[in-house]
Design a protein around this ligand. Sequence first.
Ligand code: PHB
Ligand code: FE
Length: 324
Amino acid sequence: MSTTLLAPVVNKSGYETYGIGNFTFERDEYFAHILYPGNRHVMPVEAFLRALMRDVAWGFFYGSVNFDHVFGTINHYGTVEMFVGLNNASYRASHQEYVETFQSWDLKRVFENILAGWTNEGFDPFAAPEETGQAYGPRHGNNHQAIRRQRLAAKRMLGLPGDLGVRTDASGLTVNRQFTDVPQDAPELHPEPGFESEVHGVNLFAYLSRSDVTWNPSVVSVVNDSLLCPTTEEHILPIIHGNDRVEWFIQLCDRIIWDVEDKISGAPLAKVTMKAGDVSAMPADIRHRGYSPKRSMLMVWENNDGTLPHRHASGELKPYPVEF
Ligand code: PHB
Ligand code: FE
């Protein structure tokens, strides 16, 4: 076989085309084109790359990751469905939905390649729009450094020996421009002698004030299936997240406005404005997207119990956590 047959397909804007199953992904200077049997879905490439970044970094996350109201993925923890129109009442009503199932690892590898091939120098899909260059234009350079960031997961509580280490100017993580009012002092610690490596406290606000990414929870504490995932938010959550379990939010500062919709149809259900100190439980049968007008801090509390998706789907568990 001639090697030219194996050469990647590169279009006149310099972008490679990627395929998996019956899906083909093309990009031009402004748009991502998702081709599937019989049709094409088009998304602004910036929104597509921001969503793709989250789907890759979070290993397809919990439940569904909707890139917009048409295209997305559903995690089955080992396999993953990629769909067009599956979570869209109009597509479903006219039988226009299209779904394929992949091994998670295979789809992740293709997604990583798209992200690497389509992210231009100067564009960071994790950054707030005001803090990054543009995604648009003909292919120029790359930003592997930004897209290969790994989500940080604590092995021990933040700040204890052997863990992530607290963020400092010296580690290159400076206080964000919108968090200059956040006190940087550390808590006083008085452990009993011999317990110095086991008793600890950190200033979580100071830690978060130095986060250089948006809408990318860090797992700062793991206790059995309880994952505390604080994050800093600015602009729009790049995906519309469809839950397969209950998820709790604690607004740590400032404000996020959430659109809550039916998970399957996308029908609007609620607008939730969360101000500093507000707590909400996002039910297992909804999807949500947050808007943060100014950089804010959010604690996302996840339950990693792998039995939850089918217990909710079978009706054994109610979609909400408490009955008032
Ligand atoms: C969510 O879908 O619940 C979510 C994801 C990322 C965030 C915040 C919330 O940064
Ligand atoms: Fe969510």
